[in-house]
Design a protein around this ligand. Structure first.
Ligand code: SF4
Length: 738
């Protein structure tokens, strides 16, 4: 039973536990009612100072994950005929350690790769222990979901601010003007911006007289509550943003203010954007030049303002350059590290500082990928090239994979090739709750407990939060007999790998014992004491201890964001080099791309541009087995503008075939004027009933739909960050069978 008596109100066999939701970055406070060790209800915690009672449908559905009859509770091993048999934990972990170290000792460490899915950021154990596993295995083959999402943001955080985790977020509760570029925070509840109940926060912004402007090819749910929606052609944000910077610099509207004291290279920006005029940008973006000028002037003139860019910006072939321009707009108009602008959180567990002190993984282009020569970043290669590394023979070919909480068959571009690659592996271990489209190719699956069954301390999301907070999350229910948490699995595996690794063999036992003794409580307690609210604090919150955090059952509010620059910078001399050589080296490609786009007529064959879409009830692929979240009308549709539908003879509710040079999928047509002409939108994470061995999530498999990543191309990346360019993919659409 969880020992946090102060978190649980008990009455007989009933308990009420307060903790946060682990399904997305918003980290909403939950009230979990438990009877006889079963979750009977989940509500929003009204007393949570941050989320104030808000929760979305996914938060309620956390209980579905705990009680799901399709979930694995013990390890399984794949038989030769493809069926699964139970295997004990000790045997499973021995087998995994034997195979991984056998392949490493035969072919070298780089023959092993790790793919880390998005859920790992919601648990302290994977964040802490996986780097140790990578070190023990001696591999450079690390891949993660970040490289199909936000890698340009991490890269620029490293290049400009000194740590991939120093990510400025809009000070949304105090700003007067918020420009959202290629993001849909009403549905994502913030993304690289922890901010529960985004709809209320944006409503508050407007109620206090502020303005919300959304730039997106689709009239999103965020655009629905905005003052203005500007439709932008997918993949062209880089030139739109450059033209806005051009207006600000050419019209003398810049006012960097305090940033002049610690930002170098400001004088280089005007010459870079000089020729990207609003008129030229208008041709390629579809945004009229006068609108571009007005947006730039409004941004410069606002008392407090912030530019927030997300997937539309980062998931393009110019992801790094485009996101750099987001930083330029914020810096040139004096918004960086200013109240109501974009600011850095001050997390009690100071992840950027702890990360820098405990790993040597941070760097850029110290080595390149074997097959495509893509630069590493933070000791990681892009997911878009993992299949190449598995399927291409030669020294360093990946032969074994640790698939941790990820489903790359559905989430990586060119998912069919990814599936071919998984089939080709000599050995694969998956850490997963289910037999999924990806883990079905593993030799062993190790299922961890769910977040409600383990104590957690949020170590990641306070670092990108719009308000400072800390929270201890006690387990709500006991795991079943013999079930292991991520921490227990990883420590047991680490111990075994260390014992099979000459340089660690002598100390393996002591290391393993130390991990069990120190993590998480002693380590978190020490980190809090050494952190910004700990013993050295000179602010209003001092001497913060783990005991105090644990006693704050609704979460501990640590106040609004505060100015921290230049002291917070982790760069040499605590300075920002805005004209960073990595960005400058890529700039000719941006200008050449503009010139080419001005000339080009749409390719006749692939005449539409594909974008993604998110729904409040979906969480990539991995909550599709929840009946609560998947009931009702199917969310898997291809949205298309009415004129585009008429041109192709398509009707709302009919079926179409969506094709690219990579492949084709069938899609139900949803005709809507939410899309700009020439653009179609399909959500990812569907297509669970694809050909191949059966999976264990029966409801997901019955959902229908197809994987949009069967038409996206793994060759389309931002070459600087390696991020997959899955927005603005050229496609064609033809009538389907019915
Ligand atoms: S927005 Fe929904 S999924 Fe995200 S933390 Fe809150 S309740 Fe959970």
């Amino acid at each position: 039973m969880p020992e946090d008596a102060d978190h649980a109100d008990r009455a007989g066999n009933r308990r009420t536990v307060h903790r946060s939701c682990s399904l997305c970055e918003a980290s909403c406070g939950l009230v979990v009612d438990v009877v006889d060790n079963q979750v009977v209800s989940i509500r929003g915690d009204e007393a949570d100072p941050f989320s104030r009672g808000y929760l979305c449908p996914k938060g309620v559905a956390l209980q579905d994950l705990v009680a799901d009859p399709d979930r694995l509770h013990a390890p399984v091993r794949r038989r030769a005929d493809g069926t699964w048999e139970p295997i004990g934990w000790d045997d499973a972990l021995d087998l995994v350690a034997d195979e991984l170290t056998r392949i490493r000792d035969r072919d070298g460490g780089d023959a092993i790769a790790l793919y880390l899915g998005n859920p790992i950021t919601h648990g302290w154990a994977p964040v802490t222990f996986i780097p140790m596993l990578i070190d023990a295995l001696g591999t450079r083959g690390r891949y993660s979901a970040a490289s199909v999402d936000q890698q340009p943001q991490h890269l620029l955080a490293y290049l400009l601010f000194g740590s991939p985790l120093l990510l400025p977020v809009p000070d949304i509760d105090r700003t007067d003007l918020l420009l959202v570029v290629g993001g849909n925070p009403v549905v994502s509840n913030g993304s690289i911006m922890t901010a529960p109940d985004m709809r209320r926060r944006l409503g508050d912004l407007r109620r206090r007289g502020g303005r919300l402007v959304v730039l997106d090819p689709r009239r999103t749910e965020t655009a629905d509550v905005a003052d203005e929606h500007v439709a932008v052609r997918p993949g062209t944000d880089v030139w739109l943003l450059a033209a806005m910077v051009q207006v600000i610099t050419s019209e003398g509207l810049g006012h960097p203010g305090r940033a002049r004291q610690f930002v170098d290279g400001l004088d280089r920006v005007p010459e870079l954007v000089r020729d990207v005029t609003p008129e030229r940008a208008a041709v390629v973006t579809g945004v009229p030049a006068e609108v571009i000028r007005r947006l730039a002037r409004d941004l410069a003139a606002a008392r407090r303002a912030a530019v927030y860019g997300r997937l539309g910006v980062t998931q393009s072939v110019y992801g790094t350059a485009a996101y750099w321009l987001v930083h330029c707009l914020n810096i040139l108009t004096g918004r960086l590290d200013e109240i109501g602008g974009v600011m850095f959180a001050t997390p009690a567990f100071d992840l950027p500082v702890i990360g820098a002190a405990t790993t040597d993984l941070i760097g850029y282009d110290r080595w390149r990928s074997r097959v495509r020569g893509i630069p590493e970043f933070a000791a990681e290669f892009p997911l878009a090239t993992l299949a190449d590394e598995i399927l291409t023979p030669g020294e360093g070919q990946v032969r074994a994979l640790v698939l941790y909480a990820g489903n790359p068959v559905l989430s990586a571009p060119d998912g069919r090739r990814m599936e071919d690659a998984l089939r080709d592996l000599e050995f694969c271990v998956a850490v997963d709750h289910y037999v999924t489209e990806s883990s079905r190719h593993a030799d062993v699956i190790l299922p961890p407990t769910t977040s409600l069954e383990r104590d957690e301390f949020d170590v990641v999301f306070p670092a990108v939060s719009v308000r400072n907070w800390a929270r201890w999350n006690p387990a709500a229910v006991r795991p079943g007999p013999g079930e292991l948490s991520d921490a227990e699995i990883l420590v047991a595996l680490l111990g075994r790998v260390w014992r099979r690794t000459p340089r660690f063999r002598r100390t393996a036992g002591a290391r393993e014992a130390a991990l069990r003794r120190l993590f998480p409580r002693a380590f978190v307690a020490a980190a809090l004491r050494a952190g910004p609210y700990g013993l050295r604090s000179r602010g209003p919150v001092r001497g913060l201890s783990l005991r105090r955090v644990r006693r704050a059952v609704h979460g501990l509010d640590l106040g609004p964001l505060v100015r921290q620059l230049p002291g917070r910078l982790m760069t040499e001399g605590s300075r920002i080099d805005l004209a960073h050589p990595v960005v400058l080296a890529d700039w000719p490609r941006v200008l050449a791309g503009l010139a080419a786009a001005e000339q080009s007529v749409p390719a006749v064959e692939y005449d539409l541009l594909l974008i993604g879409r998110r729904h409040l009830r979906t969480n990539n692929s991995w909550m599709h087995n929840s009946a609560r979240l998947t009931k009702g009308r199917s969310r898997f549709t291809m949205q298309m503008h009415p004129d585009d539908a008429v041109e192709r003879g398509l009707l709302d509710g009919g079926t179409a075939v969506l094709s690219s040079p990579i492949g084709s999928i069938e899609v139900p047509v949803e005709v809507t004027d939410r899309l700009m002409r020439g653009v179609v939108s399909v959500p990812h994470g569907f297509g669970h009933d694809r050909d191949g061995p059966p999976t264990s999530w029966r409801r997901a498999a019955a959902l229908g739909g197809a994987s949009v990543n069967d038409v996206t191309d793994s060759a389309r990346i931002d070459p600087v960050s390696g991020n997959a360019a899955v927005q603005g993919v050229p496609v064609r659409v033809d009538p389907g069978r019915s």
